[in-house]
Design a protein around this ligand. Sequence first.
Ligand SMILES: [Fe+2]
Length: 190
Amino acid sequence: MVSEFFLIRRNLSVFHESSRSHPNGNPNRHCDFAALARTISGTFALGSHSIHGPAHWRRVERNGLWLAERSGGDLFVVRLFAWFHDSCRFNEWTDPDHGKRGADHALNLRGTLFDLEDDALERLVYACTWHTDKEHSDDPTVGSCWDGDRLDLGRVGTTPSPRFMSTAAGKEAAGAGHAFLSHTVNPLEG
Ligand SMILES: [Fe+2]
């Protein structure tokens, strides 16, 4: 089980390198993810060492890509979710509107640092806005976003639960317990 996760994660690194301009040849989409990461990290109020900060966003991105590959979700939206969903937190604890602010941040940067079709943008906005208030989604893209975030709960000492996963892949990963806790093993960043 563990080796399967690691192999899939390594394969996803190819996607990371190849999706900087027009993913899947779609001319309506573009994103310089390196520039996006610098911009969002540079304006993040809680700093680079925040438990909700850039290191978490990278793990959510990797988890989400793994999930979307297996669930049929939109990989481009999942990557954007990872970077925006906690980007406007004001504190590490209760911050009930941070998802909505993250969605607004994405809306403000659309057309400059990235772009995508309206229906995909709607999924991104929905996923960011409701990522802490709703439990499940039947949509494979939204589900991959939320499961990718929740699979990183190990960083705060909480074991991810299959009960709170939307996708079958998320349930499988959560059921694997420590085998998937990306804060302890990171084969892509060696
Ligand atoms: Fe998060």
